[in-house]
Design a protein around this ligand. Structure first.
Ligand SMILES: Nc1nc2c(ncn2[C@@H]2O[C@H](COP(=O)(O)OP(=O)(O)OP(=O)(O)O)[C@@H](O)[C@H]2O)c(=O)[nH]1
Ligand SMILES: [Mg+2]
Length: 179
């Protein structure tokens, strides 16, 4: 008898202001490593990891870690095409890093890849936060985030969970043929 095998590859964007920890979060998830020093990303880094869903289906998640710096603004949206999910990051130690989420980062998603599942992430919770959880939840509600999570790329808190949740959301939205 033939084994049923489902192959898929999910394209997930990781976006947000510079130095919010996008590269760190993705690296922690993919390799388990964390580095203290900040090297601003250039363009886009692409990572890929095998995943296994609750349904037992196995596939891959392709992570597009997109440089947050202003100078990449012109070409940034070219990476958005075909994205099926997004993590939008803010840095809880810098309230400012959340101010553009609704009007810039989320509005880009609506423009270039609308109706995809989105997770709002408050990263660096191993440090002292300068923004209230309530404010982050408000932003999450305004952008209709499917989920709001607090993570630390340094100690790994909720890192695995973030990518698990986005994978399940994408699977439900785009691949669930049972409905
Ligand atoms: N303490 C702590 N530091 C973090 C965490 N995540 C990232 N950092 C640090 O924050 C700085 C920026 O991290 P990056 O991952 O390079 O940020 P980025 O969002 O990729 O920045 P760009 O590529 O410029 O858009 C680095 O010094 C990291 O070590 C975290 O969860 N906790
Ligand atoms: Mg980066």
């Amino acid at each position: 008898m033939m084994e049923k095998s489902v192959n898929f590859i999910f394209k997930v964007l990781v976006i947000g202001e510079p130095a919010t920890g996008k590269t760190s979060l993705v690296k922690k998830y993919v390799s388990g490593h964390f580095s203290q020093d900040y090297r601003a990303s250039i363009g886009t880094n692409l990572y890929i990891k095998k995943i296994r869903l609750k349904s037992g289906d196995e596939g891959k998640i392709q992570l597009w870690d997109i440089a947050g710096q202003e100078r990449w603004i012109q070409m940034r949206h070219t990476y958005y095409r075909g994205a099926q999910g997004a993590l939008i990051l803010g840095d809880v130690t810098r309230e400012k890093s959340f101010l553009q989420i609704e009007d810039f980062w989320y509005s880009d998603i609506q423009k270039y890849c609308p109706d995809i599942p989105v997770i709002l992430i408050g990263n660096k919770i191993d440090l002292i936060s300068s923004i209230s959880e309530e404010k982050i939840n408000d932003i999450g509600n305004r952008i209709n985030a499917n989920s709001i999570l607090f993570t630390s790329a340094k100690n790994g808190e909720n890192v695995e969970k973030a990518f698990k949740i986005i994978s399940e959301l994408i699977h439900e939205r785009f691949f669930n043929l049972k409905k």
